[in-house]
Write a protein that binds this ligand. Structure first.
Ligand code: ATP
Ligand code: MG
Length: 423
């Protein structure tokens, strides 16, 4: 029997993990600068949490969730996204009562969606997201967008497009909803079964449908922009002014409607415009969700956030030809000849590591030549050679691999000499 990685998932091999770690480091640094603190929630939650927040009519809830019944007969779901759990935790731990508001959080971890696999679309993928909960200040909408842009910029990406729109408040959304129902109702028979089901509950989602996107009624549908009331227009204006001040370029797209149920006011996406990025160009999606905390039984607490997958960030780097610097080689490789030297070598290796020097040695009983080959392969900057003579004299041969120079160093001075050479 042969086993394979499950469809839609991937092994991230040791040759790849350093890229991931570097992205994670950028994320941590950027979040630290903006004072967003990490939160870690479970990998699964009650199914109902996602039904309530993401929404019954979304693709995520209808088609993509990994739902199972546990041994206690509870319906649980592997998290398909991060916001629901973060807001659940915010409510459960009464973070709305913390003296310092808003609460600014970030998360990074695997999400699960049963999707059709293609480039940039996996069944398990890693999302980084932030949530700022407890503020209705348009300046924080701009802050959240700036944070996302900073992460991409620090990863070296330049070919980015920020698209932004306002979904308005509940009042405008309801007025627009009525107009959409009136618009689609006469010809709804020409649409897919999903759209038929969406018509009454959430007609906005018809505009987002992947099956019916070419239907003429989509292009002629009433635009949300025409239904924004004064307060919503002013809010949106404030957000875009802050972006202008920050020098962040954006495009307003009245057709941008985000998939999830809980959004209102600001919605945005960041795309890659790099050639060869492929069909899926969205790197990051986010928006404001002022009713979400209440929806899951908490007090009213306006929030805004975004999510991006690391997989798509790395694909965008590849498309733009950006790569991280190569990892430096080993500091020291310890070569030993004979049993006595091996014992001295093992002890030395421990001392080197304790001193914070990146060191390794052979564990496959190879001869001198084989050990030197390893030192080269591992790009060791120095090699310590210990043979019988050296052990007898209580010295070591220290070779500098860049100029191949060699010197005999007393064991007592060895670590200090190595530190000088590798620093
Ligand atoms: P799409 O329209 O591509 O399906 P979405 O609207 O489902 O995206 P969101 O739920 O907004 O995506 O998730 C935010 C981000 O997470 C996306 O912009 C993308 O970077 C990433 N993402 C979503 N689904 C996947 C996936 N299956 N594999 C990899 N990354 C994903
Ligand atoms: Mg999707």
């Amino acid at each position: 029997m042969k086993f394979k990685v499950p469809r839609g998932t991937q092994d991230i091999l040791p040759s790849e993990t350093s890229k991931w770690q570097k992205v994670e480091r950028i994320i941590q640094e950027v979040c630290d600068v903006y004072r967003y603190k990490e939160i870690r929630t479970p990998m699964f939650e009650q199914t109902e949490l996602f039904q309530r927040t993401v929404g019954d009519t979304t693709d995520i809830v209808q088609k993509e969730m990994y739902t199972f019944t546990d041994k206690g007969n509870r319906s649980m779901t592997l998290r398909p996204e991060g916001t629901a759990a973060v807001v659940r935790s915010f409510v459960e731990h009464k973070m709305f009562g913390y003296p310092e508001q808003p609460i600014k959080l970030f998360y990074i971890g695997p999400m699960f969606r049963y999707e059709r696999q293609q480039a940039g679309r996996y069944r398990q993928f890693v999302q980084f997201g932030v949530e700022a909960i407890g503020s209705n200040d348009p300046a924080i909408d701009a802050e959240v967008i700036a944070l996302a842009m900073d992460v991409y910029r620090r990863a070296g990406l330049k070919q980015l497009k920020l698209v932004i729109n306002s979904l308005g408040d509940t009042e405008c959304r309801n007025a627009h909803k009525e107009a959409l129902i009136a618009h689609f109702n006469p010809q709804i028979d020409e649409f897919c079964s999903d759209c038929k089901a969406r018509l009454e509950k959430n007609p906005l989602r018809i505009l987002d449908c992947k099956v019916d996107s070419e239907h003429p009624l989509i292009a002629s549908a009433p635009s949300l922009a025409d239904y924004l009331n004064e307060a919503s227009t002013a809010y949106f204006k404030a957000v875009t002014s802050y972006l202008d001040d920050a020098g962040i370029a954006y495009e307003v797209d009245a057709n941008l409607v985000r998939g999830l149920d809980y959004y209102n006011h600001t919605a945005f996406e960041i795309m890659s415009t790099a050639d060869g990025f492929g069909a899926i160009t969205t790197l990051c999606g986010g928006g404001r969700y002022n009713g979400l905390a209440e929806e899951i039984g908490g007090p009213s607490a306006p929030g805004i956030g975004f999510a991006m997958s690391i997989e798509r960030l790395l694909l965008a780097m590849e498309a733009e030809g950006k790569a991280f610097e190569e990892d430096p080689g080993l500091d020291v490789y310890v070569v030993t000849l004979g049993e006595d030297a091996k014992r001295v070598g093992v002890k030395l290796l421990g001392d080197l590591r304790t001193a914070g020097i990146r060191a390794d040695m052979d564990y496959t009983d190879r001869k001198m030549k084989g050990q030197m080959k390893s030192a080269d392969r591992l790009q060791a900057r120095t090699v310590v050679v210990l043979g019988e003579d050296e052990v007898a004299e209580n010295v070591a041969m220290l070779r500098n691999m860049s100029d191949r120079s060699q010197e005999k160093v007393p064991m007592a001075d060895l670590i200090e000499r190595i530190q000088e050479q590798v620093k």
